[in-house]
Write a protein that binds this ligand. Structure first.
Ligand code: HEC
Length: 151
């Protein structure tokens, strides 16, 4: 029951367009990097499946795609004004993000739309749909990293 309620709350907040995690500013960098790492891990698993390196069943594809979709929302709650510190990997967020906020937001939206399609396709067991949405999401990662992440 509790799980159902939490699931309903997550769905309701997703439907409202934001997960609104209210991240404290002093933990924003760690928060977003962690969410991006989780997103990337599941995204990479799906990618490895598509390349034929590993074989995931439909349930595993659907749960990885759901993680990608959820994290594509949560990660961006960690981009708070005044927090563009370099990451430990030397590939931190560029200060331009906060100067070009609308453009950055649009790129988030593109990613979130693609990951929602990925999750829907995975739940439906639609192999072609998964491939297409995965490619679109991947383009979205690259476009934003090229513009807004230190190389
Ligand atoms: C709208 C912009 C945007 C999109 C889209 C985006 N990223 Fe990123 N990503 C960033 C920025 C900015 C950073 C640097 C964050 C920091 O270090 O503060 C980053 C960092 C990362 C990191 C490193 C996290 C760490 O531990 O330092 C990973 C992994 C990552 N992104 C994966 C992805 C993947 C996979 C996708 C697509 C499925 C994606 N990102 C899409 C902007 C984006």
């Amino acid at each position: 029951m509790k799980k159902v309620l939490i699931g309903a709350a997550v769905l309701a907040s997703l439907a409202a367009g934001s997960v609104a995690a209210q991240v404290p500013a002093d933990r924003a960098v760690k928060y977003r990097q962690s969410a991006l790492t989780v997103m990337s891990t599941s995204f990479g698993r799906i990618g490895a499946h598509l390349k034929g390196d590993i074989k995931l069943d439909n349930a595993a594809l659907a749960s990885n795609a759901e993680v990608v979709s959820l994290m594509s929302h949560y990660a961006f709650d960690g981009f708070i004004q005044g927090t563009p510190q370099p990451s430990t990997t030397g590939k931190g967020a560029k200060a331009e993000i906060w100067k070009e906020w609308d453009k950055f937001k649009k790129m988030q939206g593109d990613l979130q739309a693609a990951t929602a399609r990925l999750s829907t396709a995975a739940k439906a067991g639609d192999a072609e749909g998964i491939k297409t949405a995965f490619g679109e999401a991947g383009k979205s990662c690259k476009a934003c990293h090229d513009a807004y992440r230190d190389q």
